[in-house]
Write a protein that binds this ligand. Structure first.
Ligand SMILES: [Zn+2]
Length: 293
């Protein structure tokens, strides 16, 4: 069901024109745009950011490992899903992996910066892609599963976004989230990435529950590599090195493969039921309550 972001009227229909108030979305870079004013504010930043991201993602162990974890979570907890919306889909790296492994899923992707959607459209041509503000999702009771992967930490009103995701899900629908964890790991890397916060271990779980969800599973990940992560940040601080945002992405193929292997071990443990208490990131899998019989 569509939801008018102008007057909040819910309606079904082939077009986006609201039958109550007549409002409809605009267009931005050729995509249906629900919040074009936000898109235009950061046009310059987002162009170069997504170009860089698109060139890094495919060869980087961290993005690959996160994709595999997301695919596992989808298959394990929501095997009957037929529709999936990713909030903050960026360049479509996650969506393209989901498309490959779950060809039966009807895919949608929302992103505030349409510059990212141009890459996503190339990677997953059959996905429904639109520009929108995560705080005003134009759907209600529509999707079987919604995911947001390293998105909430960018948004001041994360509670509002969780409430919007809850409303956009069908009763019994699933939520999959990843976020950076541990405020004590805050570094120039977070500032460069425009993070508003890193989450405390229980913070995201509490906020997800408050939005009306039941927690299905939660674990830290990037746990086995956490000592390495801490050591690398300490070393940089001690040497007062000039901050280089790309340093951690620019490793050689051997180091990348080694770190990928550690992440694979960690995934085996998570699949077998181990939930890590600490780690660079947190995964939360939750469910909206089913409609009462
Ligand atoms: Zn309306």
């Amino acid at each position: 069901v569509k939801r008018c972001i102008n007057c909040e009227f819910s309606f079904e229909g082939a077009t986006w024109l609201c039958p109550a108030c007549g409002a409809g979305p605009m267009s931005s870079n050729g995509f249906v745009a629900f919040a074009p004013n936000l898109d235009h504010i950061a046009a310059g930043f987002s162009e170069s950011h997504f170009a860089l991201l698109a060139s890094l993602e495919a060869g980087n162990f961290w993005f690959q490992a996160r994709n595999r974890l997301i695919a596992w979570a989808l298959a394990r907890y929501f095997p009957a899903a037929t529709s999936f919306l990713e909030i903050g889909c960026g360049t479509g790296f996650v969506l393209s992996s989901v498309a490959e492994q779950f060809p039966q899923l009807c895919l949608s992707g929302s992103e505030v910066y349409s510059a990212g959607l141009r890459y996503a459209a190339q990677r997953v041509s059959h996905a429904h892609l639109f520009q929108a503000d995560a705080r005003r999702i134009p759907f209600e009771g529509e999707f079987d599963v919604i995911g947001a992967f390293d998105v909430l930490e960018h948004i001041e009103d994360d509670r509002g976004v969780l409430a919007q995701m809850h409303r956009a899900l069908v009763p019994g629908g699933g939520l999959i989230l990843t976020v950076p964890q541990h405020p004590c790991l805050w570094s120039p890397q977070d500032e460069y990435a425009c993070h508003v916060r890193r989450y405390g271990t229980r913070e995201l779980v509490a906020k997800v529950r408050t939005a009306g969800f039941t927690i299905v599973r939660t674990t830290s990940f990037v746990s086995l590599l956490m000592p390495l992560l801490i050591a690398s940040r300490w070393r940089k601080q001690a040497r007062r090195e000039q901050f280089d945002a790309l340093d951690e992405s620019r490793m050689g193929p051997t180091a990348n493969a080694a770190l990928g292997a550690v992440m694979a071990v960690e995934r085996v443990l998570i699949r077998s039921g181990v939930s890590f208490p600490a780690g660079g990131s947190r995964l939360v899998i939750a469910r909206k309550k089913a409609r009462l019989q």
